[in-house]
Design a protein around this ligand. Structure first.
Ligand code: PHE
Length: 344
């Protein structure tokens, strides 16, 4: 029978194991079998541990456990060194390094602004409605009281898909107003976001494709003061409570009276002057009381109902919000630009 197990023997076994060849897969496998195998060193040490006198059991047990742990570490280290070495040979990389960060996507600035606009109006009871981008003459012009010879119908402004009957790309989201008035019974508060198209030269201030959010509020006894208050509240929520706005009288065929709402941008730099045409103010929306003729054309009794409508450019608002000087940046899809924006 073998000698009683003792600490000195474990020490020398461990230094023997530490010196063993584990540099190749084959050598490591022999090591594993020799030490951890069914007839290996650990097995026989465990058997011999039974013979240790009771008074030494506690101490020897601890020594044996420490020996097992040390042996396991030797094995683990050798096996990861082996894997790393193989990998380095094939790819020149160290697989034990942490992996690179997974790139996280970001929202386009126009999406962020649209969402914020819709959220503000949602809190005031406006729900979202949608309409087609390819429209007919009725919904874009005739139903909105545009006279037959109105310049907005001109080839210069409108992209026609087909002539007579006319199919065209909508030049504004007011077409969705007509669709909604035709299919719903008042009262309602609607916001209608969408893409619009105009045959215009592309510059820092204009593009042939841009985005609008349209609004429509129809009820009994709605007046101009309701519109002004709604739009002021909107501007305060979007730009902060100290925002400066102004309403200028204007003209649209489908609203009476009509106005344009400006937000103060500033006149400090050359860019400010160029963007605001030297006034410091930037127009962000058209608005007005829905013309009774428009209500009537959509089957709403103007003696009973009144309402207001507004339409704003999303690009303009994004430019104000982030002080962006050139509208074209929104359409170039350069991720160095589009990935800079967060929040809503
Ligand atoms: N449709 C107008 C435009 O595109 C904006 C507008 C909408 C004006 C609603 C008044 C009411 O310029």
């Amino acid at each position: 029978m073998a000698e009683i197990l003792n600490a000195a023997e474990l020490d020398s076994l461990l230094s023997e194991a530490g010196a063993a060849d584990v540099a190749t897969g084959e050598a490591l496998e022999s090591f594993r079998i020799a030490y951890f195998g069914r007839q290996g060193v650990l097995k026989s040490l465990n058997e011999r541990f039974r013979e240790v006198p009771r008074e030494q059991k506690r101490e020897m047990g601890q020594a044996l456990n420490a020996f097992k742990d040390a042996l396991q570490s030797l094995f683990d280290e050798a096996s990861s060194a082996l894997v790393a070495g193989q990998d380095a040979q094939t790819s020149g990389q160290d697989p034990t390094l942490p992996s690179g960060a997974v790139p996280v996507g970001s929202h386009h600035p126009l999406s962020l602004v649209r969402r914020e606009i819709l959220d503000i109006f949602a809190r005031m009871g406006f729900v979202v409605a949608d309409g087609p981008e390819i429209e007919d003459d009725w919904h874009v012009f005739s139903g909105l009281n545009f006279p037959e010879e109105h310049p907005a119908r001109d080839m210069q402004d409108t992209f026609f898909v087909q002539r007579d009957p006319d199919l065209l790309l909508r030049t504004h989201t007011s077409s969705v107003q007509v669709r909604e008035m035709e299919r719903r019974d008042p009262p309602y508060r609607l916001v209608m976001p969408g893409r619009v198209f105009r045959n215009e030269a592309i510059s820092a201030r204009a593009h042939c494709i841009f985005h609008q959010v349209e609004g429509l509020y129809i009820d009994k006894g709605v007046g101009f003061a309701d519109m002004k208050q709604t739009l002021l509240m909107f501007a305060q929520q979007l730009f902060g409570s100290d925002v400066k706005i102004r309403l200028r009288p204007s003209y649209f065929p489908f609203t009476e009276p009509s106005a344009e709402m400006d937000v103060y941008w500033g006149l400090k730099t050359e860019v400010d002057k160029r963007i605001t045409k030297g006034t410091g103010w930037l127009e962000i929306m058209g608005c007005g009381m829905v013309d009774p003729a428009v209500l009537e054309a959509s089957g709403i009794d103007p003696e009973v109902y009144s309402g207001f409508a507004f339409g704003m450019g999303i690009e303009r608002i994004a430019m104000l919000k982030w002080q962006i000087g050139d509208l074209r940046l929104f359409f170039e899809n350069d991720m160095r630009f589009t990935s800079q924006f967060t929040g809503g």
